[in-house]
Design a protein around this ligand. Structure first.
Ligand SMILES: C=CC1=C(C)c2cc3[nH]c(cc4nc(cc5[nH]c(cc1n2)c(C)c5CCC(=O)O)C(CCC(=O)O)=C4C)c(C)c3C=C
Ligand SMILES: [Fe+2]
Length: 438
């Protein structure tokens, strides 16, 4: 039986008018399906018409360009690096590199200069990045920058490798071991860390391939993880993203408009060490979710575990009329006099109010890497938390979660990294120059 063609492009309404400049061949749906299944059966290449066929498979009308997604462009230079307060993109790649055994400070400096040049070029015009220009794969030739961001960080091990231990920030001291940690050293830490985000998977992969090529002999990848979030524009009512447990995740994040946002997330000018001014510390955790157990847990219990409704993220302390934006009331009681938000609910245990004000900016990607040997999904959260100092952000909160969080029985922390992410480069500078040449 021929395989049914899957709609591949959730483009605009089926009745959208054809753009005046469209050159897509006018194929009827029936002809299209016939052509597609014939190609599948005989292995014929569809050549230059493949894109038009894939689009046309969803309707008789030519596709409507989601042009605002492709043209999204983020600045590489500024006080802070991109990819921290940038709205979450749909695709992410987190990669750690180790310097080659023969490489030292000079090689690290040259690499960060090459990487910064490449990142700036890609973020400006990834779609025009021609294979003739250098180590480009060509896979994103027809894509816009798609809000591409490339963020660079330094792991603790880099400082010994480059003879710079006297300039290592105190904040980079190793994270404590938490009782629930089952960390894989091969997927943890690293001399250098790169976070790539974009609203198109080919764009993130292209950026990664360019950066790998630029690394040359100076550094080799140590680990790589890929994640995703909701597609931008997929809903007319954009809201806080959901994670793979189905929860609205990110509601009570610090917001750039908050008075204390910069103090909580960024190292101040005049802070220690001086080369980290405008920088931040990224805690990266690969946290596997026991999704089969979670999916088998009744909805009411799931909501008690978090302290928020699953449908809309409203706090359980807010009553039936509450919405996601309703403030959490940790004192509230339900009709039987019990705390509306349980003593071990995730939002209670993690809240700044119960952690001496400790806060961080959570900017995660979900991941799903197929099935494990035991048949369970290898899926969860690439948790990335940003803060001015992990000792007043991630560490106290994770200590509390480690011992008293109802969510923790559904989670496994499998990999971890802590990286110093310097401030954004000024004109003519590369990321980290103030450390590597200071
Ligand atoms: C150490 C810090 C945290 C880890 C690790 C962590 C893991 C984790 N969290 C969720 C889902 C949710 N978390 C939510 C809120 C929330 N989580 C943390 C910290 C960590 N989470 C904080 C500081 C907060 C905010 C608390 C508050 O002030 O109210 C929520 C609720 C919605 C929201 O505010 O974002 C959800 C849902 C998962 C699935 C997870 C590990 C995989
Ligand atoms: Fe959380």
């Amino acid at each position: 039986m021929p395989k049914k063609a899957q709609p591949s492009v959730p483009s605009g309404p089926a009745s959208a008018p054809a753009p005046a400049t469209s050159t897509a061949p006018a194929l009827s749906r029936r002809r299209l399906l016939g052509a597609a299944s014939a190609a599948g059966a005989t292995g014929l290449a569809l050549g230059g018409t493949t894109g038009a066929l894939a689009h046309a498979a969803t309707s008789d009308a030519p596709p409507t360009a989601l042009s605002s997604v492709g043209t999204g462009r983020v600045a590489f230079r500024g006080t802070h690096q991109c990819g921290i307060t940038t709205p979450l993109q749909a695709h992410g790649r987190l990669v750690a590199f180790d310097l080659a055994p023969t490489a030292g400070r000079a090689e690290a400096a040259a690499l960060l200069r090459r990487w910064s040049d490449a990142a700036e070029r890609l973020m400006d015009a990834v779609g025009t990045d021609s294979p003739a220009d250098g180590p480009a794969s060509g896979i994103a030739l027809d894509a816009g920058p798609c809000s591409l961001t490339v963020t660079f960080g330094f792991g603790r091990s880099l400082f010994a490798r480059t003879g710079l231990t006297d300039r290592m920030p105190d904040a980079l001291r190793p994270l404590p071991r938490f009782t629930a940690d089952a960390l894989d050293p091969d997927r943890s830490d690293g001399d250098l860390w790169v976070q790539i985000g974009a609203d198109d998977p080919l764009v993130t992969l292209h950026a990664l391939r360019v950066l790998r090529a630029e690394a040359g002999e100076a550094a080799r990848p140590r680990w790589e993880m890929a994640g995703f979030n909701r597609t931008p524009g997929a809903t007319a009512r954009p809201m806080t993203p959901r994670n793979l447990m189905g929860q609205v995740d990110g509601t009570n994040n610090p917001r750039p408009a908050d008075d204390d946002f910069a103090d909580r997330i960024f190292v101040p000018r005049g802070g220690e060490p001086d080369w980290m001014a405008g920088g931040s510390y990224a805690v990266v955790r690969r946290i596997r979710m026991l999704l089969d157990d979670w999916d088998g847990t009744p909805l009411q219990e799931q909501e008690q575990v978090i302290g928020r409704r699953k449908s809309d993220g409203a706090p359980l302390s807010g009553g039936p009329d509450a919405s996601e934006d309703t403030a959490v009331d940790l004192e509230a009681r339900d009709s039987s006099g019990r705390p509306a938000i349980a003593a071990d609910a995730h939002v209670r245990v993690a809240a700044p109010e119960t952690n001496g004000g400790a806060a961080m900016l959570r900017r995660p990607f979900s991941y799903h890497d197929g099935l494990r040997e035991d048949g369970a999904p290898d899926a969860g959260l690439l948790f990335v938390a940003w803060q001015a100092d992990p000792l007043t952000g991630f560490v106290p909160v994770q200590r509390k979660l480690d011992s008293g969080d109802a969510l923790s029985r559904f989670l496994r922390h499998e990999a971890s990294g802590l990286f110093a992410v310097p401030g954004g480069p000024a004109t003519g500078e590369y990321v980290g120059q103030r450390l590597l040449e200071g």
